[in-house]
Design a protein around this ligand. Structure first.
Ligand SMILES: Nc1ncnc2c1ncn2[C@@H]1O[C@H](COP(=O)(O)OP(=O)(O)OP(=O)(O)O)[C@@H](O)[C@H]1O
Ligand SMILES: O=P(O)(O)OC[C@H]1O[C@H](OP(=O)(O)OP(=O)(O)O)[C@H](O)[C@@H]1O
Length: 212
């Protein structure tokens, strides 16, 4: 492959935001053929791989893509050791405990039954507090669980709150702020330190990792 930097991008709701943001800095990639999964930006600096959100840390940790753009939610669940270079100014959400409006907040040290797409985050969060949890893992539409009686509580991402509202649920407690990060494979970062730092300077964001 050429000496372009390689970056994995999530195919879902973040892609348009990345495209708009990068476009402001002259990193333009086409979207006319949205079935193409390997694309090159017109400035000649990047090759992008369009991957499923939850697979993104796999590609970066294996060094297939040197860089990636990924939410902290996915990073936490992946249990990979990627460098979080800098948060990006879009895609922020809140990880929340939510329930039906007629369910009171949990009291005492559990056990709490929680349905979620984020079992690792949920177990870690409550274990740190000494609260016992039974986690029911779902792949999506988590808001259905309290509505249908699968679990009284859910842990899920909340952005606008409209999904909770439409299903008569409420935020019991905000557990964490979740941001979207530019991440790197540690070895790739060392190898391409100069180009990556130039790219970060151009985006006007500072690295959160010390220099190698
Ligand atoms: N409203 C939102 N809901 C979920 N994630 C959001 C939202 N807004 C921003 N994000 C961030 O965007 C990232 C990518 O969201 P996307 O919808 O593509 O993921 P996903 O639903 O997990 O993807 P997939 O359905 O392919 O598994 C999330 O990991 C999260 O950090
Ligand atoms: O607060 P809001 O703006 O309503 O956004 C939050 C919702 O969006 C996400 O789901 P997504 O659309 O990815 O569907 P999924 O649950 O099937 O993964 C998230 O899991 C919430 O359900």
């Amino acid at each position: 492959m050429s000496d372009r930097l390689t970056m994995a991008l999530p195919k879902g709701r973040l892609l348009k935001k990345v495209q708009d943001h990068f476009g402001r800095y002259g990193i333009i990639f086409p979207d006319e053929d949205d079935r193409k999964l390997v694309i090159e930006d017109t400035s000649g600096r990047f090759t992008f791989f369009l991957v499923k959100n939850s697979d993104l840390p796999v590609y970066v940790s294996h060094g297939i893509a040197g860089l990636g753009i990924c939410g902290e939610d996915v990073l936490t669940e992946s249990q990979t050791d990627l460098l979080k270079l800098a948060p990006l100014p879009f895609g922020s959400t809140r990880m929340c405990l939510a329930a039906r409006k007629d369910t009171p907040p949990p009291a005492g040290s559990g056990p709490l039954t929680i349905a979620t797409k984020f079992p690792h985050f949920t177990r870690t969060y409550y274990h740190k507090l000494g609260v016992a949890v039974q986690v029911i893992k779902l792949a999506g539409s988590v808001e259905l669980a309290p509505v249908l009686g699968l679990a009284p509580y859910i842990v899920d991402l909340v952005e606008t709150g409209s999904t909770l509202k439409a299903n008569n649920l409420y935020v019991v407690q905000e557990l964490a702020r979740i941001r979207v990060y530019l991440v790197a494979n540690p070895a790739y970062y060392k190898l391409h330190y100069k180009e990556i730092e130039e790219f970060l300077e151009m985006l006007d964001i500072e690295t959160t990792e010390p220099s190698p």
